[in-house]
Design a binder for this molecule. Sequence first.
Ligand SMILES: [Zn+2]
Ligand SMILES: [Zn+2]
Length: 268
Amino acid sequence: MDRLRFRSLASGSSGNCYFIGTASYGILIDAGVGVRATRKFLKGMGLDFHHIQGVFITHDHIDHIKAVGTIGEKHHVPIYATKAVHEGINKSYCVTQKLSSSQRFIDINQKIKVGEFVIQAFPVLHDASDSVGYSVEYRGKTFTFATDLGYISDVVAEHLVKSDYLVLEANYDEDMLANGPYPSHLQQRIKSRTGHLCNVQTAEFLANYYTDRWKYVFLCHLSKANNLPELAYTTIAEQLKSQMIDFENTMEIIPLERMSPSALYIFD
Ligand SMILES: [Zn+2]
Ligand SMILES: [Zn+2]
């Protein structure tokens, strides 16, 4: 009953939302998918909004906050975000239901306790009002979410290294981006230090910082136009193998689907 569970609802520029919790309650990281689909996703795990003790927002881009107004104000789920992100949410044209009673302000590095979960935000660089990743601790295990970031800073690396489970961005393949449909100004934005992580950046990080503590690496926010799940996987697996890292017995690498829910993972 109490084992740690994870399931992704969707991951990518069309919407992001992740559940982490137990069989009886949990939290969401981001609320970038419609309310109905989010509820259906929870029901699929025997849960509803009243089992969700908080939604933790990474940043105020629409693909992360679309449903936040309704989930917060209509379903009374506390919405946790930094002050700048809260301001961005309430200024966003796509959030029609503005947040008031459900607003919870957090600071970077502050530890928030929700049930048995301890959640800590850390800074990432991205082109939003403010951007954070989250580390979530539960009974000695740590799950870290790092999505929508231009590069992996030392602070981000520190959080990822002391984790058992990772949700880490692998947004684009460099050749696909260069030869794909995006105009050059958009390509530059994506590649910049405040853009998104490419497969190689993620691969190099995982190889250079590899630890056998990592059990699952879920690759998130894969671009529809500029990446493929197999390509993200292979880029990372080959980088690890080229550095003689025998990861296959200790760690699973799983690209998350963009538009459909993942399997439900129940960890030991
Ligand atoms: Zn995004
Ligand atoms: Zn973003």
